[in-house]
Design a protein around this ligand. Structure first.
Ligand code: AMP
Length: 191
């Protein structure tokens, strides 16, 4: 099994690159943002609870997203590998993921961290907000709250993977194809 984490602040291109990577490497895409939006669209109680946090640009509680990932892993027993997108976002989530993967004897192979300047992130998110239909993309205040959450709670997750020599920094600026090539070069070294 080959498991990778695509890591980076909101707007760093994780969703776009995930689509290309899963099709090239045959991985199962697990995006906690997508899973949460799916719960919201179905108006489940989990979705309603999560929406209160997401509307403000805050992280959803750890136990909610860890539970979702745990179920998704169990629902895909024959996956060749997983691409985690937008998860883990806290140290507690990173530790929980290691424990879940240990049960499956399938550790994380690499954490690819996309590096993009803050001005570029805000520009990209506002542009995406024109068409994405995501209310958290078209309000600059919510975008800034999401970036603050990233700096205060998520950025340290990179240190967790650095300790295990699994963190790889990727320049997340340039064309979509250039960035994809950089990601593939790093993945191919580890596959
Ligand atoms: P994303 O689609 O990854 O940008 O996520 C959109 C929103 O969903 C975030 O701003 C958070 O409110 C929530 N979310 C997604 N993934 C997580 C996670 N791993 N932990 C906590 N909240 C999350």
């Amino acid at each position: 099994m080959f498991n990778i984490i695509l890591f980076g602040p909101p707007g760093s291109g994780k969703g776009t690159q995930s689509e290309k990577l899963i099709s090239k490497y045959g991985l199962k895409h697990l995006s906690t943002g997508d899973l949460l939006r799916h719960e919201i669209s179905r108006q489940t109680s989990l979705g309603k609870e999560a929406q209160n946090f997401m509307d403000k640009g805050h992280l959803v509680p750890d136990e909610v997203v860890i539970g979702m990932i745990s179920s998704a892993l169990d629902e895909n027993p024959s996956a060749k590998g997983f691409l985690f997108d937008g998860f883990p976002r806290t140290s507690a989530q990173a530790e929980a993921l290691d424990n879940l993967l240990q049960l499956k004897n399938a550790p994380i192979s690499a954490m690819l961290a996309m590096d993009v300047t803050e001005d570029e992130l805000i520009k990209r998110l506002l542009k995406r907000g024109e068409t994405s239909g995501r209310s958290d993309d078209n309000n600059e205040e919510v975008i800034r709250a999401r970036i603050i959450e990233y700096h205060t709670k998520t950025a340290i997750v990179a240190d967790y993977y650095k300790k295990f020599n699994k963190a790889v920094m990727i320049n997340g600026e340039g064309t979509i194809d250039d960035i994809f090539e950089r990601l593939c070069t790093e993945i191919d070294k580890r596959i």
